[in-house]
Design a protein around this ligand. Sequence first.
Ligand SMILES: *Cc1c(COP(=O)(O)O)cnc(C)c1O
Length: 414
Amino acid sequence: MNHLAKTDKKVAEALKAEIRRQREGIELIPSENFASLAVLEALGSVFTNKYSEGYPGNRYYGGTEHVDTVEQLAIDRAKALFGAEHANVQPLSGAPANIAVYSALLEPGDTVLGMDLSHGGHLTHGHPITWMAKIFKFVRYKTTPDGMIDFDQVRLLAREHKPKIILAGYSAYSRDLDYEQFKAIADEVGAYTMADIAHIAGLIAAGEMNNPTSLFDVITTTTHKTLRGPRGGLILCKKKLAKKIDKAVFPGFQGGPHENNIAAKAIAFHEAGQAEFKEYARQVKKNAKVLCNTLEQGGLKIMFGGTENHLILADVTPLGLSGKQAQELLDNVNITLNKNMIPDDPRKPMDPSGIRLGTPAVTTRGFIEIDMKNIGQAIISLIKNPNDEKIKTEARTLVAELANKYPLYSEIDI
Ligand SMILES: *Cc1c(COP(=O)(O)O)cnc(C)c1O
């Protein structure tokens, strides 16, 4: 960081402080992870200088031979990793990937059937505050009281609203999905099947969760969550939709691809194909189960009947706090997670009943089951005794011990 420190002290200081924050805290936000140094090197490389509108071998600019090499590598590796017929690695992030798919497959006014936000869906699946909700019609299905997708409701809504896309995927749901049931309903009403695997792509790549790629028409994902790559998006699809999807991404929606980011995606796809990554994904799930059980035994109400992935959604109100209060209390001892709505939450989005937490980031650091149990118990003690300074001090000590035991980015000298 020599050059940065000389050129811009303010940004350099903020960056150093952020490295310290990541090192010294316990990161339980389930959409976050720690990318490898190889990924970070590619992100910070001269590939950022290059314009390359178009696709490998078919560009609007000269001098693209080397970005063609990395973009083709990224495409081939993404296809191999998920077993896809076609891959577009240019979407700038998860939300733009979803918008590109909507614009590829829908006309304005068409209908998408997706998961309700408070039941675990994502804003980009048609929340009324999004611009997409002004262009397309979104209908939402929910989960049953025992935490499963309500397929009877999915079928009824599909028959009633005749969606062009049936969308499976989530940001705050903790179970695996039965893609065959979605596909059967989509076939019945003539809809495309789309899976947004943004949160669970790494677990799917490692074979630790059901993979919808062979069954579904289109898959979208981020590359920075469990997949542990650079911040970015990815679309996989059947060959028959390849042209539509590629045209929708560019020139339909985006301009020049971010080739530094695409180089970093290529590296992340390579890393995710290794045996160590499979072991990582298994540990992510084991850690989540232990954390979930510890929180449940401590009195939190676990949503959806438990976890089969990397995340947990828990109602904290039985212990007397709101989700916002719990988030702030834990922030105060350097345990980071986020407040979250629970299904049909009676409280407001900015001060909901729940917290959402997960294990991808801490598992990258090396945390194992016993660490998750200790963290879970610390969380419970804090929530039960929000004004007890001794308990806060104990929690800070645990966080510091774990941060020391599992060093992060120790090669980066600040
Ligand atoms: C995170 C997420 C997105 C959005 O990804 P961004 O990179 O934040 O734009 C879309 N869909 C789902 C299901 C997500 O979890």
